[in-house]
Design a protein around this ligand. Sequence first.
Ligand code: ADP
Length: 254
Amino acid sequence: MLDNVKHIILILSGKGGVGKSTISTQIALTLLEKGYKVGLLDIDLCGPSIPYLLQLENCDVHQSDNGWIPVYTNVSQNLAVMSIGFLLNNRNNAVVWRGPKKTAMVKQFLTDVHWGDLDYLIIDTPPGTSDEHITVMENLKNVKCDGAIIVTTPQQMSIEDVRKEITFCKKTGINIIGLIENMSGFVCPHCTECTNVFSKGGGESLASLAHIPFLGSLPIDPRVGELLGKACVKELSGSTSAQFFDKIIDNLVK
Ligand code: ADP
């Protein structure tokens, strides 16, 4: 039930492991810190990582007369989370489903979860353009969706796959909010020199070629992954990563 959700944002990537779930979670946490009511929906059915990232792995989803009640984090009742991970008995269980079953599950996440009043719903999708993406697009047709943020790393392999994501968005009529280049260099915590481990700038030039906004580069920052479980972006305060997420949110809410 998305009736009382003001903004919906999809997070997409061409490849797995580029930091899509990390960025979805950080965006949700930064919005939360700025006082918004936020929902985080994980539709990566075969590799749900949001429960792990937020240390909610042992939480259960409950049924109510209004539908499924999402899991609320310990930190705040203003962050509602839903993931297939909450419906599996064991984290190591594999979801071996064909398309129609996946489609039905994603549809249920969009129609049967009682999100309540939300300012933002962030949807973390699987990599690529599969059944899950098509189902989301179909079900969001009649709902106001702000658009998609695409995540890539600077490597050529990831950039190439992002082109497919851009084509997918254009074909399905979804607005592209912009592109993020993640793992864009490593800033030494001692001397603050930046080493471009995987080259740099590929995301920005692709964004310019494809005429889509470039939202910025996030360097490799070990704290970005470490702090997620504690749901405390405050500890990133003042760092390049914190400034990066502040800029992303300023862009979203303007
Ligand atoms: P995806 O959702 O694209 O598969 P994840 O968000 O699960 O990728 O990220 C993969 C791994 O990379 C995780 O261990 C995560 O903590 C780490 N990671 C992602 N972005 C960064 C970053 N900017 N700095 C450090 N580690 C990162």
